[in-house]
Design a protein around this ligand. Structure first.
Ligand code: URA
Length: 437
């Protein structure tokens, strides 16, 4: 078989056989296929698409390009959640310990921030001592003994995706529904999951802005994952404003701990977290209905069990033993923490959520180069929400910055991102837009 013939076939709108797809992915892993051939095939797929069978075969071939984790020694189902990425999305931080209290195991392999969106891994890296790259033994031991562990992608998990993704990133082929599906699922399926729930974000802070595109992505992921043997459902959730109150790595970690303590549980963040957890408990047959699942989840959250579980995970992975009781002591704090106000009073009508994510990058809380070291302390606290009335006494947000120049820049960017109107907004954004089974 010749790689150029496979590329030619897809370029000419033909379908690829399973053998051709497997041959190509094997060549990607063994480096017998060059970067330009990967670039050419992914562009042909971007332009001409893949059918359902081709997408399933590509996903499985990428999954099998490295290790596939085995959890057969555990006495319960192995589950996980994946979000397509948003701004202020700290759901994973609470979801993993809440679920681990409900008889399921959560080995969560998370990623760094991508583009304007935040990454769970960066949030855990804000805890001094917490090891996001433990040995396989420590990862497995933590999942078995605690019930959950949130870590980064291990070296040999779906290595074909690592190579293809890096090439797509610089060849303009990221926003392809079949390629995103195969990329996300190859990593999730390599984690050896029984059940998965996808949080497909939709709106101006998501990669897929329209409901039509988000729905198409969610449907393809659900079909492909189920065909590959992992029971999967998806929720389409709103990303037209910051999720929760805080944006920024340590600030989001603080919000997650406050949420688990019951101090502050922002309504939309709570709805998304509970709904995703409930989906997984039903799929994993730990609850008969979503209502029964929510009752279980509320119990472990309000009793403080989920908070204890979070502490157990942090301790097991090398973090401070008293992290949840002394969170402020362990998380880094910015030099300047100051409220900012809108220039004129009015109702928050629209938020350019992508611009908020980019403003965090301006504060060095997100990356402009792949190897950049982050400033975990920076970001925004108590961010306003659509429908809030802002005046000279009600801040739009608090900016946490390390110097006056970056504070002023963030202030200008946030003022431009938040659009006010004289009357209350008429468009109401539902938090959960659709459930896809
Ligand atoms: N996240 C991934 O892991 N892969 C993609 O292609 C897009 C988002």
């Amino acid at each position: 078989m010749l790689p150029q013939e496979i590329i030619r076939k897809k370029r000419n709108h033909q379908t690829l056989s399973d053998e051709e797809i497997k041959f190509f992915i094997q060549g990607v892993s063994q480096e017998s296929i060059s970067d330009c051939q990967i670039g050419a095939l992914t562009m042909a797929i971007f332009l001409n698409g893949l059918n359902h069978r081709e997408t399933v075969t590509l996903t499985k071939a990428m999954r099998d390009s490295g290790d596939v984790l085995d959890w057969s020694d555990l006495d319960g189902p192995v589950v996980d959640k994946h979000s397509t990425g948003g701004v202020g999305d700290k759901v994973s931080l609470m979801l993993a310990p809440i679920l681990a209290c409900c008889g399921v195991y959560v080995p969560m392999i998370s990623g760094r921030g991508l583009g304007h969106t935040g990454g769970t891994l960066d949030k855990f890296d804000s805890i001094k001592g917490y090891n996001t790259a433990p040995s396989n033994e420590l990862f497995k031991k933590t999942v078995k003994e605690v019930g959950c562990a949130i870590i980064g992608q291990t070296g040999n998990l779906a290595p074909a995706d690592k190579r293809i993704y890096a090439i797509r990133d610089v060849c303009g082929t990221v926003e392809s529904i079949p390629l995103i599906t195969a990329s996300i699922l190859s990593k999730k399926l390599a984690a050896g999951l029984d059940c998965l729930v996808m949080d497909v974000k939709c709106g101006n802070g998501a990669f897929m802005e329209t409901k039509k595109d988000s729905e198409a992505l969610a449907e393809l992921i659900v079909q492909t994952a189920n065909a590959a043997g992992t029971k999967t459902t998806a929720l389409l959730t709103d990303m037209n404003q910051v999720l929760g109150h805080n944006v920024g790595n340590a600030l989001e970690m603080q919000e997650a701990v406050d949420y688990l303590k019951g101090i502050k549980q922002e309504k939309r963040l709570h709805e998304v977290t509970m709904s995703l957890c409930a989906e997984l408990l039903v799929t994993a047959k730990r609850a008969k209905t979503l209502k029964e699942a929510e009752e279980k989840l509320t119990k472990v959250l309000s009793s403080g069990q989920a908070l204890e579980k979070f502490q157990e995970m942090v301790s097991a992975l090398g973090g401070p033993k008293d992290f949840v009781s002394k969170t402020e002591k362990y998380l880094p704090q910015a030099k300047i923490i100051r409220p900012i106000y809108a220039k004129e009073a009015g109702y928050v009508n629209k938020i350019n959520t992508r611009a908020v994510g980019l403003a965090l990058i301006g504060l060095k809380g997100g990356r402009t180069t792949p190897t950049q070291k982050l400033d975990y302390a920076t970001g925004f606290k108590d961010f306003c929400q659509i429908g809030d009335y802002l005046d000279t006494k009600t801040p739009l947000a608090f900016v946490c910055a390390q110097d006056e120049a970056s504070f002023a820049q963030a202030q200008a960017e946030l003022r431009a991102a938040v659009k006010l109107s004289a009357t209350e907004p008429t468009v109401k954004h539902k938090t959960i837009l659709k459930r896809i089974k």
